[in-house]
Design a protein around this ligand. Structure first.
Ligand SMILES: Nc1ncnc2c1ncn2[C@@H]1O[C@H](COP(=O)(O)OP(=O)(O)OP(=O)(O)O)[C@@H](O)[C@H]1O
Length: 281
């Protein structure tokens, strides 16, 4: 659905994307996670065809969105705030978009329980409702792919849960999602895949289970009475007088104990720092 390879972007000589590569697979809900300033919005703007890349390959549904705006017929983009003249009512907004795509909005309005809100002005909507309206608007063209840049940043926890329930439902119906956030825990329960970005570089890409497993593992420094035997059992490598190994402390201690290796000293270094920073855990 999305294929990015060695993507770079510079603003006035400052490189903010430094060779970003990742893929978003059809049918996935892929989280795009990174701290503020990591490059999420810049990447999403390039993927959406809103700004031009500096270098690299960008394919969305097989096309570079900058060169081929027709790809927008099959994808929608959602931002943190609903960007549309705020004096319009929900009905005017949705009908305007419906007219563009020749779609009757009645079914969507009912499915997403918007009928009681049709006469409200966009400026009067709660953040949660505004985001539901934005989601419905994005569905009018019946997209295969929805890209969302921090869609729940302004929502309270119940509204977030509601939004993500809708995402899950739509994903079951076949819509692929690419959603950015700076909080992994927020997306953890709904995403199938994850891309971590930090300082303009992708630091991890893969299944969410794998990401969470890696986050659980720590780097451990050990001094033991028989380092060679220990390495055969737990892996890792010798650094000075220490063995450095990645894993779960409990597991490593148990395995060495079973093999009769004596632990003289054990120091847990912090969780993989970069990962912690990226995922806010
Ligand atoms: N138009 C621009 N001109 C100059 N620098 C920019 C521009 N847009 C973004 N940047 C810089 O690029 C870097 C990445 O910003 P970006 O908005 O993509 O990050 P982000 O991961 O989306 O963060 P946030 O969650 O804060 O939006 C930042 O250092 C930002 O200051």
């Amino acid at each position: 659905m999305i294929f990015i390879e060695n993507l770079t972007k510079s603003f006035g000589g400052k490189e903010v994307l430094k060779g970003v590569s990742f893929e978003v697979k059809k049918g996935s809900i892929t989280g795009f996670i990174g701290p503020n300033g990591a490059g999420k919005t810049t990447t999403i703007k390039i993927i959406s065809g809103l700004i031009r890349k500096t270098r690299g390959v960008v394919k969305v549904l097989g096309e570079d969105p900058w060169d081929n705006p027709k790809v927008h017929e099959k994808m929608s983009v959602i931002f943190t705030n609903l960007v549309y003249p705020q004096e319009n009512t929900v009905e005017e907004y949705l009908k305007d978009i419906g007219r563009i795509y020749g779609t009757d909005i009645t079914e969507l309005v009912d499915e997403f329980k918007l009928r009681p809100h049709l006469k409200k002005k966009l400026s009067q909507l709660s953040s949660g409702l505004a985001q539901r309206v934005q989601l419905v608007a994005s569905l009018i063209k019946n997209p295969e792919l929805i890209i969302a840049d921090e869609p729940t940043a302004n929502l309270d926890p119940p509204a977030r849960i509601e939004f993500y329930e809708e995402v899950k439902k739509l994903n079951k119906q076949g819509v692929t999602f690419f959603i950015s956030s700076h909080i992994l825990s927020e997306l953890e329960k709904i995403i199938t895949d994850v891309v971590f970005i930090n300082e303009g570089k992708v630091t991890f890409q893969g299944k969410v289970e794998k990401a969470l497993k890696e986050a659980e593992e720590e780097e451990i420094l050990l001094i033991v009475n028989d380092p060679e035997k220990a390495i055969k059992i737990i892996g890792g490598k010798i650094e000075g007088s220490y063995i450095k190994v990645k894993g779960k402390v409990r597991d490593i201690v148990d395995r060495l104990d079973d093999a009769g290796v004596e632990i003289i000293s054990l120091r847990r270094s912090s969780l993989d720092d970069a990962f912690k920073k990226l995922s806010n855990i």
